[in-house]
Design a protein. Structure first.
Length: 134
């Protein structure tokens, strides 16, 4: 395998696994997709995730868990935390970096594949069983 910057290049499987690891926390994809529409302040981001990405019966996202979810996304350079000094209080908002936007674009074919796959599985499950021959 070729090396990049002195490091061995990852295989396809290793690279795919590494990409999945970036977004495998429970709320990471909801946060990224909420920010795909534009930058949000912490409270607005929390509201967006809870309103549009929480499943019925699921406990809503808390500020503590949102903070814990944002930290690795910021460290991975997928999310930007922009802080503006103000005379009264510091304003802070979150947005996607160019890497975060690229991840959203790259994930679209995977989402389409899953939607098609799920529809096919559901259609197959709704068909009556084939008669058996003895």
């Amino acid at each position: 395998m070729a090396s990049v910057g002195g490091e061995r290049e990852l295989s396809y499987a290793q690279a795919l696994e590494s990409a999945v690891v970036l977004v495998r926390s429970k709320w990471a994809t909801a946060v990224l997709y909420s920010l795909a529409r534009g930058p949000l302040r912490m409270g607005d981001l929390l509201d967006e995730v809870n309103e549009h990405h929480t499943r019925p019966g699921e406990q809503p996202l808390s500020y503590k868990v949102l903070s814990a979810t944002l930290k690795p996304l910021i460290e991975a350079d997928l999310v930007l935390n922009h802080k503006e000094a103000d005379t009264f209080a510091a304003k802070s908002w979150y947005g996607l970096t160019s890497h975060g936007r690229a991840l959203i674009r790259a994930s679209s074919p995977l989402v389409k594949w899953y939607q098609d796959y799920r529809a096919a599985v559901e259609a197959k499950q709704s068909q009556p069983p084939s008669p058996t021959v003895d």
